[in-house]
Write a protein that binds this ligand. Structure first.
Ligand SMILES: [Zn+2]
Length: 413
């Protein structure tokens, strides 16, 4: 048994309301960071990462199989680099299994690319009780993808629902019917539950979106092909949603040709400052430099500096729209110099979440982790400005617990 203190959710703004697409600067790591930060923002102890000792990331779309996703994940979440990270390949049942098995201080995150979304559950000493009801692990690989990345779909929905999920649910022998079903289309969920809420995703994150959709205690059923896990959650947990309204994906131009190569020396040098959004504060006079500099720009001291977290809000000091085609960088995009609140530091960042040309001097925004480029196959993460004006999110407000309005007939396809 475990206790769920908070649930955080994130949906990219692109695509349809019930089927989102990841933006060109998003991957499973950036999606997971957004959901994880939402979950941690409500932590009673306050501040990101209070008391987190383990992060479990469940996905079938991990960006790197070698090279590591854990360090960017911890940096983006603002967690120290001695936190254990488990990168787990799995779908909705695996994410639900991770929740019930987790010790207090664990942040379980599920993240998916198609449909895109991420959700996180912070396991603590208090909160909604989650207890395993049953689990069935079977194999019917109707969709499959190997280490070569090549996917195959046998495409037999009837076989999948009747011999796959149908048999799994039958063997579970649930005494109490589920109130939410994760991992399947809404049509199939309706055959298993009386009035299940629609969920915007079907992968690993679906199990956590399902917990977030509870309006009271009940059984959450998570399915993937022929496997299923059922968990009873005692009450609706606190949910913090980062779910902007959906809009049409941007039309961007990809330029063929060799990409700009990565410099791993520069990557290593910039990593902590860039991914933790932190400036170097001069040990002598305290002046901030972003990125940090060997020699202080104010007093000239070369005696060292310490990383200091930067504010994540600011206003546009200057902005330019870039149309020049460069291989590896989808165009057009906007580059902004953002003046950060209170500290007087200006940073050059890309604009995200808004079409090029729609951001003006003086606009307010938030700095969010994004994949600013992929160089030599390596995701290059950094921060981008998400303009406040892009967040016209009627459903994006805090909900505590999840509103019944999360139900949408015909969604989840
Ligand atoms: Zn100085």
């Amino acid at each position: 048994m475990s206790r769920i203190e908070t649930v955080g959710t994130y949906l990219p703004p692109w695509g349809q309301q019930w089927r989102r697409e990841a933006g060109p600067d998003e991957d499973v790591v950036t999606l997971a960071v957004a959901a994880g930060r939402a979950a941690l923002s409500r932590h009673p102890a306050g501040g990101a990462g209070a008391g987190v000792t383990t992060v479990v990331l469940v996905s079938r779309d991990l960006p790197l199989l070698e090279g590591g996703n854990s360090a960017p994940l911890l940096a983006g979440l603002g967690l120290p680099d001695d936190v254990q990270v488990v990168e787990q390949v799995g779908g909705a049942p695996a994410a639900l299994d991770a929740v019930v098995a987790a010790a207090p201080g664990t942040l379980v995150i599920g993240a998916d690319l198609v449909p895109a979304g991420a959700a996180a559950a912070l396991i603590g000493a208090d909160g909604a009780e989650a207890e395993l009801v049953g689990r069935i692990v079977r194999s019917l690989p109707i969709r499959s993808r190997g280490a070569d990345g090549i996917g195959r779909d046998y495409h037999d929905p009837r076989l999948e629902s009747q011999r796959g999920g149908g048999v799994a649910v039958e063997r579970l022998g649930l005494v109490e019917p589920p109130v939410v079903v994760a991992g399947v289309a809404l049509k199939q969920a309706r055959a298993l539950a009386a009035d299940p809420p629609a969920l915007p995703v079907t992968g690993a994150s679906a199990a956590l979106f399902a917990i977030g959709a509870l309006t009271g205690g009940g059984v959450v059923l998570a399915m993937e092909q022929a496997s299923a896990t059922a968990v009873r959650v005692g009450s609706a947990p606190v949910v913090r949603r980062d779910e902007p309204a959906a809009r049409a994906p941007l039309t961007l131009t990809q330029t063929p040709g060799p990409e700009i190569a990565i410099s791993l020396a520069a990557y290593e040098r910039a990593f902590d400052s860039k991914l933790r959004w932190a400036a170097g504060a001069c040990d002598g006079c305290g002046t901030l430099a972003f990125p940090p500099r060997y020699r202080c720009i104010a007093c000239g001291s070369e005696d060292g500096w310490s990383l200091t977290a930067l504010p994540r809000a600011g206003s546009v000091y200057s902005v330019v729209n870039v149309h020049v085609p460069v291989p590896g960088l989808p165009t057009p995009y906007s580059l902004a110099i953002v003046e950060l609140d209170e500290v007087g530091v200006r940073a050059l960042v890309k604009v995200t979440g808004a079409p090029a040309g729609t951001t003006s001097i003086g606009d307010r925004g938030t700095l969010v982790l994004r994949r600013v480029a992929v160089r030599s196959g390596v995701p290059d993460y950094g921060y981008a400005l998400l303009p406040d004006a892009s967040l016209s999110a009627p459903d994006g407000a805090d909900t505590e617990p999840a509103p019944a309005g999360a139900r949408a007939p015909g969604g989840n396809r």
